[in-house]
Structures are given as C-alpha cells and as structure tokens.
Ligand binder design. Structure first.
Ligand code: F6R
Length: 607
C-alpha cells in the first residue's frame, strides 16, 4: 500500500520520470500524490489530494527542476486524503523530504515529544514525525544516513522510508522493515521504489534491500549497510525478466482487461516451471504431518481450489486458513513436522507474512507461491515457486490467480506421482489436460467477452447477487463474487450450493440473480437440483456451463459457455474467466474504473 519512487541521475530533469513512475505505481494507492525535487539546495514540491492525472492537470508535475527527487502515491491510513496529509512530509525548515509506506505504531508519543521541543506539524500522519526527527539528528551533526539510522532506533512499526535532504543533496537514503523497497541501477542513475514496474522502463537491473538495512543511492552506485552493526552488505544485481511493455496497457482500455487476455500466456509460461522445483515443493509437503495453506483474498481462493487438487490427485487434504486468523485459530499447535504453503502474488501481504513468521517460530517449513522475485515471502521460504504472470497492475487479481492455480496443479501432479494415490497413466492424462488449458482459456475469453458484456447490461442495477457452486467450483464462485464486489460494488455472496438451502435461499424472490458455476463434473446433477430450488422461488438463473449442457441451458435465463470439457481438478481455470469478464463489464457499465477500485490497493501491507 502506498507507492514510493525516488531517483537520482547525472543529467536531465527527474520530474517527468517521477510523474510516469507514479502512474505505474498508482495501483498501490490513489488517494493523493506528491513529488519533491531538489535544485540549487532547495526543495520544490507539488502535492495534492486526488488521482495522479487529476493532480497533474492542476499542478503540472512535469515542470519541476532538479536531478534528484522523490514521489509518493498514497493509500490513507493515518489522516484522511487531503493535500496536507499527502506525502512527501517535511521538517520545520523545509530542507528534508520523506515518503513512507507502512505504519509507525509509536508516533503519538514521538509527535508529542517533538511538539514540546517546538516542532511544527502540518498533517495528521504518522509519517511527519520522521523528517522532524531527522532534522534534530542532523542538527546534532549526523549526515542524512546517520540521522535515519538514529530514527530507526526510536520508531516502532513497519516501514519503508525514503528521504532526501537539501543539505546532503547528492544522495537518496532509504531503509525498510516490513514494507517493500527495491533498488534499480543503471550507469549514471539510481532508483528506489516499492515495486519493480516503477523503474522498469529505465533499467532491468535490480538490487534487493532487506528488512533492517539502509541504503545510500548516488549517481555512481549504491551502498548498503546493516542497521544492527553497520556492516557493509555486498549484494549482486538481479536481472528482472519482466519487460517494460508488460507493464503498459498495450492498446487495452484497462490493465484488468489486458491481464485477463494475458492469462493463456501466463499459464503457458508457468507450465514451464522446472520439474525439480515442483518436486522439491512436493517432497516438503509429502514429508509433513500437517499441511496448512495460508493466503488472503483471491490467493485464498487459489488455496481453496488447491486443496481439491491435492486431495483428488495426491490423496492429501491440507487445511485452509486465512493468514490473518491463523494465529488465532491454531493456538500454537504447530511443529517442525508441519508445513505451510503460503500463496501471495505480491509476496508482501502483511497478514500472510505475519502468519508465516509466527509459524516459523515453531520450526514449521514454508513453501511459498509468489509472483514477485525477491519479495519478502521468498526470504522466509524453505522453497519458493515463482509463478510467471509478469507484472500485474490491475488492482483486482486475474492472471496472478490463474498462475497460482497452475502452479498448485503442477505441485499436485508432482505430489500425486510421489504418493501414488492415482495410477501413473491417470496422472499423465491429467498433465496433458493441464497443458491444453492455455488454448482453452483463450477460447473461453473470445467466446464469452460479448456475452459477459451483454449480461452486465442486464444485471448492473441489481443490488445483490448470489454465486453458487459445489466442490472446487465453490472456490470459483467465491472468486466471482469477490471480483464483482471489488470493482463493480454490487453486493455479492458466494455459498456452497448445498449450504444455500440452509439460510441464504431466504433472500431469493422474483428476479433475484443467482449465478451457478456448473461444470460437467460429479457435482453437476446436484447443482441441477439447486437450480430448480432457486427457479421455484423466481430467481433469475445465470449459469456457467459446458457448451453442450442443454439441460442446464434450458433451465437458465442466461448462460456463459465453456467450449470444452477439462479435468474436474482444473475446471476453476476456464470457469472463472467468464466471471472475471462479467465483473469487468459490470464495472464499466456502472462507470467505475476497474483498475482502481475504491478503498483497495494492490499490496496490502497493514494488518
Ligand atoms: C483481489 C485481490 C486481493 C488479494 C489479497 C492478497 O482481487 O487482489 O484479494 O488477492 O490482497 O494479496 P496477495 O496475493 O498479494 O497476498
């Protein structure tokens, strides 16, 4: 949450780059935006409430002098979105500028102390204490990096902090604890950002910064030290495999639609994961006594589908727990014989990282499934499966969900081979079916885009919708409902179709829309019964079905069609796609920006 970017370069001006980089980071927050540059030993700042382009229209973010600058796009925690609460924040003399992502838990006490010393505050944010503290330490004789080291000794919480000073203006200093920062390098320029896409058009050379480290960036290079003992850290540069083009809309009106269309390729790339890596994950799982899948939101739906794949293909049924509630559910009943499979596309979700750290205190092993190389989860994991979706910019996850499912299917097959739960011939057949999915998903997109658009124009005014499924399709239904809530703001609930008769059916009356996910698997006939129950109460029936399922088509008012059958363990992959498209077109029909849903941010780094 919150996007940070900073750059120092030898030539030119940094402002147009900062403006564009902030646009690439907007998915991390869009309540307000701000930029500070330094020229002739003075800070120049433009910041305001609103989305980047609105603020740019008012203030012209491209016209600012200087070879060094920092920028921030905000997702409000402390203090409402407003000009004064926008980052950067400053010291009393307007010499030091700071941007921050995270939460400083003990800011109230520090703010009181600073006020008593005569510091003047302009905002309600926790961040503003940082430049004032730096100011005091610099007055005591510390340079910018030294002052920030002193600040980190006093603040508690999670943070990524980036600072510049007009009195020490040949460097950017940054540090982190619990929130992401990555450094980019090229000849004559250094960058630091909360996410890779921000600087990707300028360089694909990345250096990781870990928790508890501080970095000074100049035009010549990067110096990293450990905060604990001041030891210099030598860290190799990593080549980023993502391309700048992947982080552009490439002619699509929205990132979400582009990313839906990228799903076939994302599956294809993930299917190429090395078999040794999948086998290593499978081995850890097989040798564990208890296996827990932990995740949040959409990643949680991947986990729920993954349970079905593991059970059906390998005879192992992991528990699923919301990472945010894990500690309050497991009550320490964990050991070094257990393992966690943590699924997080960003690799930075604080709920998931916190649960994993808690489990690791008990010696529990960790298999991580993530899309971001070098992310926090990868540094905690005993083994990481790196999904191959490329950068996902739309806030609502689509292609990262698809590759999570792909990698879970691959692990389930590797695990199945190890446990022998299914005959090898059957595993081979399932593997073949998985390899056909890129093509199938591609066909699902082309056959359903117009249907989904038309369906949205019929249903967009419905205040509430039910999504029902059974077995693995329960996860599909849950993901369909979440997408709709997130970007179109219709109330939507997903239930097991079996459970729907035990309460939710009371909601149903004439024209109430009920969406059934009904693949041609063992659950299908029971779903027909549930459709009849809902129909009898006047519901509008929408079903996602296999093309030739004339019976369910005949019972439905609207259908979304999957052109071919697939193995039941993988049905979620084609069946979720029409629901993604439906949500997308619902958002458009209601004039909402599907890439920037209200109150949400791509990476949730608060508890
Ligand atoms: C929904 C969505 C969120 C995330 C959740 C976990 O479209 O994107 O529900 O799935 O915040 O994020 P990660 O996977 O980064 O841990």
């Amino acid at each position: 949450m919150c996007g940070i970017i900073a750059v120092i370069q030898k030539r030119g001006v940094v402002a147009p780059f900062l403006h564009q980089a902030l646009k690439r980071l907007e998915y991390r927050g869009y309540d307000s935006v701000g930029v500070t540059t330094i020229a002739e030993n003075m800070l120049h700042t433009k910041k305001d409430k609103g989305k980047i382009e609105e603020v740019h229209k008012r203030l012209n973010l491209d016209e600012m002098p200087g070879l060094i600058g920092i920028g921030h796009t905000r997702w409000a925690t402390h203090g409402a979105p407003s000009m004064l609460n926008s980052h950067p924040h400053f010291d009393c003399e307007n010499k030091i500028a700071v941007v921050h992502n995270g939460v400083i838990d003990n800011f109230m006490g520090l703010r009181k102390e600073l006020k008593e010393k005569g510091h003047k505050f302009n905002s309600e944010t926790d961040t503003e204490i940082i430049p004032h503290m730096i100011e005091d330490f610099m007055k005591e004789g510390f340079d910018l990096a030294g002052a920030i080291k002193e600040v980190t000794k006093r603040i508690e919480g999670t943070y990524a902090i980036v600072a510049v000073s007009a009195d020490d203006s040949d460097k950017i200093v940054c540090t982190r604890d619990g929130n992401p920062l990555v450094i980019g390098r090229k000849t004559g320029a250094s960058y630091v950002s909360s996410d890779i896409p921000a600087f990707l058009p300028m360089t694909d050379d990345m250096i990781l910064l870990l928790d508890g480290e501080i970095a000074s960036l100049t035009t010549e290079g990067v110096h990293i030290e450990k905060l604990s003992d001041g030891q210099t850290v030598d860290r190799d540069t990593i080549k980023i495999s993502w391309t700048a083009d992947q982080a552009q809309k490439s002619g699509y009106p929205h990132f979400m639609l582009k990313e839906i269309h990228e799903q076939p390729n994302a599956i294809r790339d993930t299917l190429r994961l090395p078999s040794e890596s999948l086998e290593k994950a499978a081995k850890i799982i097989k040798e564990s006594e208890n296996v827990y899948m932990l995740a949040m939101g959409t990643s949680g739906h991947a986990a729920k589908a993954g349970r079905h794949m593991f059970a059906s293909l390998a005879g192992i049924l992991p528990s699923f727990e919301l990472a945010s509630d894990f500690q309050d559910t497991v009550y320490g009943a964990l050991s070094d014989k257990d393992c966690i499979i943590a699924i997080t596309q960003s690799g930075e979700t604080t709920d998931t990282i916190t649960a994993v750290k808690y489990a690791k205190q008990h010696g529990t092993k960790l298999v991580a499934i993530t899309n971001v190389v070098g992310s926090s989860i990868t540094r905690l994991a005993d083994h990481t499966i790196l999904t191959q979706a490329g950068p996902e910019i739309g806030v609502a996850a689509t292609k990262t969900f698809m590759v999570q499912l792909t990698s879970l299917a691959l692990i389930a097959l590797a695990l199945g081979e190890m446990t022998g739960f299914k005959e090898s011939a059957e595993i081979r057949q399932k593997r073949k079916a998985l390899e056909k999915l890129p093509e199938l998903v591609s066909e699902v997109i082309s056959r359903n885009e117009e249907r989904a658009r038309r369906l949205a124009s019929v249903l967009y005014e419905k205040p509430s919708l039910l999504f029902l499924g059974r077995g693995i399709s329960m996860a599909t239904a849950e993901e369909g409902a979440l997408k709709l809530k997130e970007i179109a703001y219709n109330h939507a609930e997903a239930y097991s179709a079996g459970e729907s008769k035990h309460g939710p059916i009371a909601l149903v009356q004439d024209d109430y829309p009920v969406i059934f996910v009904a693949p041609a698997d063992d659950t299908r006939n029971r779903i027909v019964g549930n459709i009849m129950e809902m129909k009898a109460r006047g519901a509008t029936i929408i079903s996602v079905i296999q093309k030739d399922d004339d019976e369910i088509a005949g019972l439905s008012d609207h259908v979304l069609m999957i052109p071919e059958t697939t193995e039941p363990e993988f049905s979620i992959m084609p069946y979720v796609v029409p629901l993604q498209l439906f949500s997308y077109y619902m958002a458009l029909r209601k004039d909402y920006d599907p890439d920037k849903p209200r109150n949400l941010a791509k990476s949730v780094t608060v508890l």
